[in-house]
Design a protein around this ligand. Structure first.
Ligand code: DX5
Ligand code: ZN
Length: 219
């Protein structure tokens, strides 16, 4: 491996009764970013978090917050997300009308950006978007819920993204979200991911700090 492996715990699997403490715990353990899922009960059949969580976390947490928007109307709600102070805004590529336009708008506000791609979507349809991102999320599961099994077919897409990035001399993080465990992480990293987003495997572990460090040790 020729890059530093980064770990991004997903707050969706944390104890909702103490979210800031859950964020601080993984920050202290060496997490690079914190993954915050927004679900609207429409784009996905689940509802998670509200906008006010971001400024509340920003008061206490230093690592960058990655807002993953699993919502149907990202364009309409974009200004609200920009105002939260989030460090990254990641949209679902197939859920927006004009992918490149929204990515550029996010960047023009000084916020890092990127898109997430579902297991059944071909990357080649959004190659042009790869020129405008800081962060790609290859979804290893269909979005909506934590604790699902990693879909092995998505490994080829990770490799495709890495090859595209190298060939076109681009620089963005390739993160994988969904089904990332200590068992699946090895092949995910081998395929070309440099950031692992993990919810259940970190917050569901008995020792959260050790779980982060076990992931980091794979790098
Ligand atoms: C899935 C979410 C993920 C989720 C991952 O829809 O986008 O961020 O928290 O959970 P695990 O790691 O449990 O698969
Ligand atoms: Zn996510």
């Amino acid at each position: 491996m020729y890059f530093k492996l980064k770990i991004s715990p997903s707050l969706l699997a944390a104890d909702f009764g103490c979210l800031a403490d859950a964020a601080l715990e993984v920050e202290a353990a060496g997490a690079e970013t914190l993954h915050v899922d927004f679900m609207d009960g429409h784009y996905v059949p689940n509802i998670a978090f509200g906008l006010d969580l971001i400024p509340a976390l920003k008061k206490r947490v230093k690592i960058p917050l990655v807002s993953h928007l699993m919502i149907s109307n990202a364009e309409e709600r974009l200004d609200d997300f920009i105002k939260t102070g989030t460090d990254y805004i990641i949209v679902q590529e197939e859920a927006v009308t004009d992918l490149n336009e929204i990515l550029k708008k996010i960047r023009s506000n000084g916020i890092k950006t990127g898109f997430a791609i579902c297991p059944d979507r071909p990357l080649k349809e959004v190659y042009s978007g790869l020129n405008n991102i800081d962060y790609l999320i290859v979804l290893g599961v269909f979005p909506g819920f934590g604790g699902q099994k990693f879909i092995e077919d998505t490994l080829f897409k990770i490799k495709e993204a890495r090859d595209f990035m190298t060939k076109n001399e681009l620089t963005f993080d390739i993160a994988v979200d969904g089904g990332v465990t200590l068992n699946t992480a090895g092949k995910i990293v081998k395929a070309g991911a440099n950031e692992l987003i993990a919810g259940t495997a970190i917050y569901g572990a008995g020792d959260i700090k050790k779980a982060v460090q076990d992931f980091l040790a794979l790098g």
